[in-house]
Ligand binder design. Structure first.
Ligand SMILES: [Zn+2]
Length: 290
């Protein structure tokens, strides 16, 4: 991703995890990262299933920022409730407000990107309206961001509901509608793209997918990977993550991902179920594949 030059650029992708922060961003989140051997982290800065704009704890913010600036690149995942394409004007407005707040918080804590889901039209006939609305809400937020603000990393979904963007063809259209804005990036969730119908488990499937992504993304960088296996088969349109190697994607495609030219400076975070030991195992497995 676009770097502000704060750290030396790694020669191979960093491997980390989404970490819990209840108990303090630094106190809990950084300790958890340490325990599981994470080289980068993703955190929530608000309740992921709510709208409330949490302020944060200044001491924890400072302690977190100090570490993530130099040693442990951090990313923020915005609320799951955000849907810029919602037909409900109140939800659309709350979505924009929540995203803007999350970017502000991400900046305060030294994060390098804010992941947000690409949203849903909710009703089938609304695709065009939903995309126009998404553009009208998102572009002013992006236009207001200075160059050193964390970019917004668009995360295509698994294709459930009337998803606006799940496949690479849909991502192509989505990026065009947003004018390939320079403050945008992409967050690739392997479980989501697999669920949306890209067969990453097929022989050569991951490389084909990433080659195709390289054409689609244009000037928009891939900022982050959510490395997740899938409980469901390819094309199932279900968003159910599994430990790496325990689902229908399997471990081997991640080896190809980790060596693909597009991904050489893109960090991976796992969002797999399980406890600390299981997360440590996922992180170790991914490190062994690079
Ligand atoms: Zn994800």
């Amino acid at each position: 991703m676009a770097s502000s030059g704060r750290t030396t650029v790694p020669t191979s992708p960093l491997v980390g995890a989404h970490v819990p922060v209840s108990g303090g961003l630094a106190k809990r989140g950084l300790a958890y990262a340490d325990e599981i051997g994470a080289e980068c982290v993703q955190v929530f800065v608000t309740n992921p299933r709510g709208w409330a704009a949490a302020k944060g704890d200044p001491l924890q913010d400072v302690a977190f920022r100090r570490i993530v600036t130099d040693q442990l690149p951090a990313y923020v995942h915005a609320s799951f409730l955000i849907n810029l394409g919602s037909p409900d004007p109140a939800i659309a407005e709350k979505s924009a407000t929540s995203l803007a707040h999350t970017i502000e918080r991400a900046w305060q804590i030294g994060a390098r990107g804010v992941v947000v889901h690409t949203g849903s039209a909710v009703s089938k006939r609304r695709y065009d309206d939903a995309m126009t609305q998404t553009r009208d809400l998102l572009l002013p937020i992006l236009d207001a961001l200075p160059d050193n603000a964390p970019p917004v990393l668009l995360e295509p979904t698994a294709g459930q509901g009337q998803s606006l963007c799940s496949t690479l063809d849909e991502l192509d259209e989505y990026l065009h509608r947003l004018g390939h804005h320079p403050r945008l990036g992409i967050c690739v969730d392997t479980c989501h793209f697999f669920a949306a119908g890209h067969d990453l488990a097929d022989d050569g499937g991951m490389n084909d997918f990433l080659d195709h992504l390289e054409k689609v993304r244009g000037t928009v960088p891939v900022g982050l990977v959510h490395a997740n296996d899938s409980m469901d088969v390819v094309g199932a349109k279900k968003d159910r993550h599994m430990a790496i190697g325990a689902g229908h994607v399997g471990a081997e495609p991640f080896r190809h991902l980790l060596s693909h030219p597009t991904m050489q400076q893109v960090p991976l975070v796992i969002e797999t179920p399980g406890n600390e030991a299981e997360h440590a195992a996922d992180v170790a497995l991914l490190k062994s594949l690079r």
